[in-house]
Structure formats: C-alpha cells, structure tokens
Design a protein around this ligand. Structure first.
Ligand code: S3P
Length: 439
C-alpha cells in the first residue's frame, strides 16, 4: 500500500491522538503479572500492542479488550503458563525486548519470533545482561528467533548500560522482579521512565536518581486503574504539520508530557516554534497536558546533546523534515541509535529527502540538512511507520504530490492516522498499487 499526499492548507483544529504505545505495552505486561484486576482506558489498539496482548492470552491471562478499553485479570508473578506455540511479536521491538526479560525468569520455556524487520534488529543488547543474571537464552547470532529456557535462578545485577535504551532497562527490570535482592541499572543518558513509574504505582520499591535506577524485589505487584495519555510521539507528527503550514493553529488534548519523552518540544522551541502547554495534570503517575501551537517560522539549529537525543529518539524522522523547512542549516550528531530502529532511519530519511530534492548530507553519526523546498515525487518508507508519517507531513508544503511506498506498518503505532490527517485538511489517500492513479 502507498500514501498519496498533495500539498494542503490546514484547518484550525482541536484533536486528540491515540494512546501512548510505550505505556500501553507496559499496562498489559505489568498488569498481567499483578495480583487482581486492572482497568485501562485510552489503550492503544495498534498492531504492536495487540501482539503483546495476544502473547499474554497465549500464556493464560484473561484480557477483556474493546477498542481503547482494557481489563486485565492479573495472574500474579508466578501465574503465567507456557505458550504451546511460538509467540509472534510482529514488528514490535518493545514487545520482544520486554518479554524476553520477563520470560527469561519463568519456569517454562518460550520461543519468540517476529516479522522480517524485527528479525533483523539487534537483541544482544538484552541477551548480554540477562545472561549475566543467569538467564539461559539462545538466539540466531543475536537476532530472532529467541529461545528462552525455563529458569529458577535469576540473580539481581548491577548493570552499567553501554547504550541508552528504555527497552533494555525495562527488560532487566522485568527479569529483576524474579531476582532476590536489589538491582541497580546505570544509564549513560536518561531514557523514558514509564516502567519505573508504573511499577511504583503498583507498590514496587523503585527509585530513579539521576542516571541510576534501584529496584528491590517485590513480593507482588498491585493491580491498577489508569487512563493512558495520548502518545506524544504521535502528536509530534501533527505538531510538525501545523508548524510548517501557513496561518493555522492546533490544540491537542490529553497528551503525555513525561519529561523523559519531550525532547522534541525543547528542540522545536529552540527552532522557534510557537507552542505552549496548558491544563497540566496527571493520569496515573504520568503527566499530561493540552498543547497549543500555531504555524511558525523555524530556524536551523545544532543538535548534539546526547541527553536531548535519548529524550526525542523516536522524533528524529520528523525533526529531519522540520529541518528542511527551517531557515539556514541544521546539524544533528550522536544519533547512531536511529540506525537500529524499524529501518536505518538516518539512511532511509536521507534517501527519501534526496529523492525529493532536499539538500541533505548523511554522516556516520548524524546528518546535515539545509533549508530546501520539497519537490513532488516518490519515496520508499521501507515499512517503517515513522518514516511514512514523516514524508506524509513533508508533502503538506511541497511543490507537488508525494507518493510514499510500503506504508502498511502505520498501524503499529498510529491507527487512524489517515482519518486524522484528512480531518485537519490534508489531501491524503491510500490506494493499492494496481489501482494507482496518475499523481
Ligand atoms: C521504547 C523505547 C525506545 C523507542 C521505542 C519504544 C519503549 O527504544 O525507540 O519506540 O517503549 O521502551 P530504545 O529504548 O531501544 O531506544
């Protein structure tokens, strides 16, 4: 499937976006092993989160799911059952990395598989610390499939992470729920702390002190009720669309503004975005706000602070687009981690932007982008949802229509993207290649 997006004038809008993907995964995982019944609203019914849901159903957890409403009947820390078939986690890096941590500490064996993109992504980053904790894991040269042997002897760990990754941190925390004593994790840079926040609400003793996380083994996890905030990473596409549009304004309601997620806000403010937060409050242990913004003239900047990079890790594809719309030059460095996402995001973004006439130079660890007009044309998203959505936004102010190929995976994070974009005035449609019309 492809997107066909034409240059568009946006309408002043007030909208919300689907629930946070990271929090939805954690809601399922932690409540499945809690004591008692947990209730969630605002759950993200995307393919990634549904893969996690299916995994727990296979392991004997009763889950009532109706679109954004979720009721999870927790089975307790020791209550999961062996899945009789391999657990397929589709496209989801978060699901596979977090479940590897959890399942490495169960008494039964498990096999984890995924789609072709997930099967190429590195898993040694989690396998290494989990093996140090005593887990018995086999993989295909550090990639899927992962085979986890039943284990009763997981030990706590003091682990200094060589790279900043909330998935690695959360994987270790999940295994540590089954380890006697205290686990300490030291991060090179602070990463999203949704696991720690949720565990704390569930009465697990866990502290975040600067770059250090210290967790004590809990006897049990308490069930919880929570409204899941709108996903800031999904909101970022809409924010970018309005920033580059002419004379229009947007209000986004109920968006998660956890400080470990909003590096994008800092970056666009430095670029000159007219954006404000209001109605700041909490859903569970997560801060949320309404976001107000208007079309803004942007200025190129240098982004080289590793702390800021890990706080905006999923937003770089759309930051690349904003950089092309901004006056002057934007230089971004220290973003190597982007090469290990659903695609090599530095490479796929640079290739697509060059195809559309943007002045962009790929470097080993980053990119330099000069103010450019996007021409119409064709780009390949290589099955990466965030690349596809970034180019859909780029087309709003382009000279001509843009065709974006291989967009099926949009539903991994942002179901309803097309309807939302059409609602704000974007001329976007999806057609099968054989029904393709001339651009
Ligand atoms: C996520 C962490 C990030 C992010 C991913 C979701 C999570 O990955 O890119 O989309 O939910 O923990 P890393 O922690 O590996 O950077």
């Amino acid at each position: 499937m492809n997107f066909y997006v034409s240059p568009s004038k946006l309408k002043d809008s007030e909208i919300s976006v689907p629930g946070d993907k990271s929090i939805s995964h954690r809601a399922l995982i932690f409540s499945a092993i809690a004591d008692g019944v947990s209730h969630f609203t605002g759950f993200l019914s995307s393919n990634d989160c549904l893969a996690t849901l299916e995994a727990f159903v296979k392991m004997g957890v009763k889950i009532e799911h109706n679109d954004t409403d979720l009721i999870v009947h927790g089975v307790g820390l020791m209550g999961l059952k062996k899945s009789t078939t391999p657990i397929d986690l589709g496209n989801s890096g978060t699901a596979v990395r977090l479940l590897t941590g959890l399942l490495s500490a169960q008494k039964f064996d498990s096999v984890l598989i995924g789609d072709s993109s997930l099967s190429k992504r590195p898993m040694s980053r989690i396998i290494r610390p989990l093996k140090e904790m005593g887990a018995e894991i086999e993989s295909c040269s550090g990639c899927l499939p992962i085979i986890l042997m039943g284990n009763k002897n997981i030990s706590s760990i003091l682990y200094e992470m060589p790279l900043a990754s909330a998935q690695v941190k959360s994987s270790i925390l999940l295994a540590s729920l089954y380890a006697n004593g205290e686990t300490t994790i030291i991060e090179p840079n602070i990463t999203r702390d949704h696991s720690e926040r949720m565990l704390r609400v569930m009465k697990c003793s866990i502290l975040n002190r600067d770059n250090k996380i210290i967790m004590k083994q809990p006897e049990k996890l308490q069930s919880l009720d929570m409204q899941i905030p709108g996903d800031f990473s999904s909101a970022a596409f809409l924010i970018a669309a309005f920033l580059i549009s002419t004379k229009s304004s947007l209000i986004l309601r109920d968006i998660g503004i956890n400080s470990t997620r909003i590096g994008f806000l800092t970056i666009i403010k430095q670029m000159g975005a007219k954006i404000e937060l209001s109605n700041i409050r909490s859903f569970g242990n997560e801060p949320v706000a309404d976001i107000h913004l208007e079309s803004s003239r942007l200025q190129g900047i240098d982004i080289d602070n590793p702390d800021l990079v890990s706080l905006s890790i999923d937003e770089f594809p759309i930051i690349f687009i904003l950089a092309a719309y901004a006056d002057g030059i934007t230089r971004i460095s220290g973003i190597d981690e982007l090469r290990y996402k659903e695609s090599d995001r530095i490479k796929t973004m640079c290739e697509g932007m060059q195809n559309l006439g943007v002045s962009v130079k790929e470097q080993k660890h980053g990119v330099t982008i000069a103010n450019s007009k996007f021409n119409g044309g064709e780009v390949d998203s290589y099955g990466d949802h965030r690349i596809a959505m970034s180019f859909a936004v780029a087309a709003i102010g382009a000279n001509n229509a843009i065709k974006i190929k291989d967009i099926e995976n949009i539903d991994t994070s942002f179901p309803g993207f097309v309807n939302l974009m059409q609602g704000i005035g974007v001329a976007i449609s999806i057609q099968e290649p054989n029904e393709r019309q001339a651009l």
